[in-house]
Write a protein that binds this ligand. Structure first.
Ligand code: C2G
Length: 129
């Protein structure tokens, strides 16, 4: 079973690790679409702290991540799912229901987010040190 998930994964933290680990536990291969800097800025209205190449390399270093590619936009999702022949598409439930349209080509699963941690909170906490 091939699992696919997407995200910016900036300042990788335990919330990211948990969803990636749970995603991998559903199958044999986990493919991650890491958002390009340009797409991340469109989504979050701020530049990621780590560049797209750094975020890609950090994800590639995780033992439960098998392949990482650059996610350029929301509307290429169907193309990515088909290209990587994903059986299951995993996202955190902050996206609950948002990707159900892809249920015709794969199983869409939403996992609970890890509470009280986010990249934005981390940046705020670090800037107060
Ligand atoms: N996440 C989580 N718990 C947190 C923070 C994040 O489970 N405390 C999950 C998110 O739900 C998401 C993944 O980690 O599934 C990556 O989070 P982000 O880097 O914030 O990704 P996002 O901006 O939601 O990008 O096309 C989809 C988008 O690229 C998703």
């Amino acid at each position: 079973m091939i699992i696919i998930t997407f995200g910016t994964f900036d300042l990788l933290h335990i919330g990211h690790i948990k969803i990636l680990e749970r995603a991998k536990s559903l199958g044999d291969k986990l493919i991650v679409g890491v958002s390009t800097d340009k797409f991340s800025i469109e989504k979050k209205n701020r530049k990621p702290v780590y560049s797209e190449n750094e975020r890609k390399k950090i994800l590639e270093s995780l033992k439960f991540v098998d392949e990482v590619f650059f996610e350029e936009s929301f509307d290429k999702k169907r193309e990515y799912i088909k290209k990587y022949k994903a059986d299951i598409f995993v996202m955190g439930n902050d996206w609950n229901g948002k990707f159900d349209e892809f249920n015709d080509i794969c199983k869409v699963k939403y996992f609970d987010r890890t509470p009280s941690i986010s990249t934005t909170q981390l940046i705020e906490k670090i800037s107060q040190v």
